[in-house]
Design a protein around this ligand. Structure first.
Ligand SMILES: Cc1ncc(COP(=O)(O)O)c(C=O)c1O
Length: 430
């Protein structure tokens, strides 16, 4: 079968929380001022109580509210697709499957958590959410989700992306969001940075600082993060839970599971429901990141801030340093200095393997995928495809009938400038 589908009533009823199943307790987040473990009330100026509870919960299964499942039905369950035409071109005995998250209205996995976060905020009376966005995928997901709950949304968009990606901005505005290029003169952090350099191109770290400041200083306003935190990864597990059911229906057992990593949310969403299998040695799980921002493969495992200004709690994670500004590769969503603490711990324990790939080979992989399977992937997704192709070639060389599953985190229909740069030879490896 080409596409393995599930019925709408098979959308998962609970999210899977990996916290109780980690190999050791997760080091607590530390308060940025006192450096003491963060208490739930410390987070209340930026997050609603229900999400703080989820962030710290040790319950293995957390019920998905019916209102959230109802909205998931717009694009879930997403298909698990067999990439037969790609297999043929690669002459591999491996069977390659991808979980296609590009069916959502903004075109990526991001609404899986945006919808949940908008729901919990709306239920607690929050009227406006602030956030940051790099390439625009997360910002558009939150504008889409807040619209469905009649909330306002302010998105601080990294200035260079704001200029390079006008269509993502238009998408956010179409759903009623307000988009501000960052650094901006709306916040103290932004004004300080602009005073030092009026042409600062911005970074995710700066945009996070601005969005948090806006939320803290304004009534009925909270902040929303699109990756890294436990509750975000929790919401994304609908990806892996569906994939598990789909593989079972197809009579397949995965040997290799692959995803790209920016902050870790689509990867964790796909992989965490399978982590027990990796611990039993039945499955290899590979996290793929860009060599331009090699957090898991070259970062240090230590406490660091999540943003540039040091407003967020300190998280124990692999980090390149909170002031690290990665080269401007096209996979904007993978340009983050840190990664989700749970993912970092699983990498540290060797349960999940990490691999870094260069920009050019990722686009070569994306092009081959588009020319065999038809779908044009996001530059971030191309990282997962590169690794999947490399694993399929390895299987050809060892003549093994492996089952390779990768996360197709989003389509690239608003990233065509990147493909143009690649096709006209303007893209470098950085
Ligand atoms: C299509 C796509 N894939 C992957 C990512 C990386 O984020 P995460 O690691 O949180 O999944 C992003 C982030 O913007 C994205 O837009």
């Amino acid at each position: 079968m080409k596409k393995i589908m599930l019925d709408e009533d098979e959308i998962p009823k609970s999210w899977y929380n990996i916290l109780p199943d980690l190999p050791e307790p997760l080091p607590p987040p530390l308060h940025p001022a006192t450096k003491e473990p963060v208490k739930p009330e410390d987070l209340e100026p930026i997050f609603p109580k229900s999400l703080i509870e989820q962030e710290m919960s040790n319950e293995r299964w957390i019920k998905i509210p019916e209102d959230v499942r109802e909205i998931y039905r717009i694009y879930r369950p997403t298909p698990l697709v067999r990439a037969e035409r790609l297999e043929k071109v690669l002459k591999t005995p491996a069977r390659i499957y991808f979980k296609y998250e590009g069916t959502s209205p903004p075109g990526s996995h991001k609404p899986n958590t945006a919808i949940a976060q908008a729901y919990y905020n709306a239920r607690e009376g929050v009227e406006r959410l602030t956030t940051e966005t790099g390439a625009g995928q997360w910002g558009s997901a939150l504008c889409f989700a807040t619209r469905l709950f009649d909330m306002a949304c302010t998105v601080y968009m990294v200035r260079i992306s704001y200029m390079q990606k006008p269509y993502r901005r238009v998408m956010m505005e179409t759903w009623g969001g307000e988009v501000v290029p960052s650094p901006s003169d709306r916040t103290e952090v932004g004004r300080k940075i602009l005073a030092e350099n009026p042409n600062n191109p911005g970074s995710l770290g700066i945009a996070i600082s601005e969005a948090i400041e806006d939320a803290v200083k304004n009534e009925n306003t909270k902040y929303s993060l699109g990756s890294v935190l436990n509750h975000v990864l929790l919401h994304q597990t609908v990806i892996g839970l569906e994939t598990k059911a789909q593989l079972e229906n197809a009579g397949e057992k995965p040997d290799v599971l692959i995803g790209c990593v920016g902050g870790g949310s689509n990867f964790a969403g796909l992989a965490y429901p399978f982590v027990k299998d990796a611990e039993n040695g039945d499955l290899e799980i590979i996290a793929v990141e860009p060599t331009a921002c090699p957090t898991l493969t070259a970062g240090e495992y230590r406490y660091d801030y999540g943003d540039t200004a040091g407003l967020t709690p300190l998280l124990k994670m692999y980090t390149l340093g909170h002031d690290f500004i990665p080269p401007p590769i096209h996979a904007g969503g993978l340009r983050y200095h840190g990664d989700a603490p749970t993912l970092c711990m699983l990498v540290k324990h060797g349960i999940i393997k990490a691999r870094a790939v260069n920009q050019l080979p990722t686009f070569e992989a994306g092009l081959l995928f588009a020319r065999t399977e038809g779908l044009i992937p996001a530059p971030e997704t191309n990282h997962a495809i590169r690794a999947a192709i490399d694993e399929a070639i390895k299987a050809r060389e060892s003549n093994e009938e492996k089952v390779i599953v990768f996360g197709f985190s989003g389509h690239g229909l608003l990233d065509l400038q990147a493909y143009d740069d690649f096709l006209t030879g303007k893209l470098a490896d950085t």
